[in-house]
Design a protein. Structure first.
Length: 277
């Protein structure tokens, strides 16, 4: 059934960028098109429903995937379903997932345009300086040091049940009051939105996006405490490595100080490198 196929597809599309689900999309696309065309032929000419379905069919037939355009058209399709008197849980799920997909793709699209404008305006040397400033202003104080503190707190918990409870909590205390938990941070894509997607260096950006989503998938699927710890270490290792690559040698200890006052990154890296397998 079409609604079931869409909901299965949107479960991934609403959470992750196209590189993580495009292969599934291309496999399902032919089925999407045939079923939507069958519905479209039974609609009256000139109706908004027919117009929206025609627009979606056109997007689905495009060889190059534009996830924001796809999200806009699926959101319009959810509006068609909303007019139906026959409401059920599947339609409700479709509406929620289509909306989430649209909001995620809209934000990613805005950040990508902002990044593209900066890249066009700045020289290579200026782009590097911009990335260093981005790491120092947002990436390190709000993300890297926070993750280091969360990881150390998690590592200090020797009991598996305590570790799981800590990971699943919505709020945690790192010694100076309540802060958002790892689950909440990842659900809101904090590090991704605050700085990773705005990095101008293509290689550094892509490496961090891949490391982040490997971590996010394991955490959201709750693929065992041990596996979550491994990908969490790997993400931190990637963040610290990219700091080094940009010439940032020391942490400022702005809000979190899990490894002391202003530690050298090279002193911390081996703690994570040994697990990065």
């Amino acid at each position: 059934m079409l609604i079931d196929q869409f909901n299965l597809f949107l479960k991934d599309a609403s959470r992750y960028p196209a590189q993580f689900w495009s292969f599934k999309y291309y496999l399902a696309r032919k089925s999407f098109i045939s079923q939507i065309e069958e519905i479209e032929t039974n609609l009256h000419q000139g109706t908004s429903a027919k117009k929206n379905l025609n627009s979606l069919i056109k997007v689905l037939k495009e060889e190059e995937l534009d996830e924001h355009k796809l999200a806009q058209n699926l959101s319009a399709l959810s509006e068609i379903f909303l007019t139906s008197k026959k409401r059920d849980e599947k339609l409700g799920n479709f509406e929620a997932l289509a909306h989430k997909f649209l909001q995620r793709s809209k934000l990613f699209n805005i950040l990508e345009k902002k990044r593209a404008t900066l890249k066009e305006a700045l020289s290579k040397n200026e782009q590097r300086k911009s990335d260093v400033h981005l790491f120092e202003r947002a990436g390190i104080p709000y993300c890297v040091e926070y993750y280091l503190d969360v990881y150390k707190e998690l590592e200090n918990k020797k009991n598996r049940e305590d570790k799981e409870k800590f990971i699943r909590s919505l709020e945690i205390n790192l010694g100076s009051g309540a802060v958002p938990s790892l689950v909440k941070d990842v659900d809101q894509d904090e590090s991704l939105i605050k700085f990773v997607l705005l990095i101008l260096n293509d290689k550094i950006r892509e490496e961090l996006i891949s490391a982040y989503y490997r971590f996010k998938v394991k955490l959201e699927e709750f693929d065992g405490v041990d596996n979550i710890e491994i990908v969490f270490r790997q993400y931190i290792f990637s963040l610290l490595t990219m700091c080094n690559r940009l010439g940032i040698k020391q942490l400022p200890s702005t809000f979190f100080k899990p490894y002391g006052e202003k530690p050298l990154i090279n002193d911390i890296l081996p703690l994570f490198e040994s697990h990065d397998k």
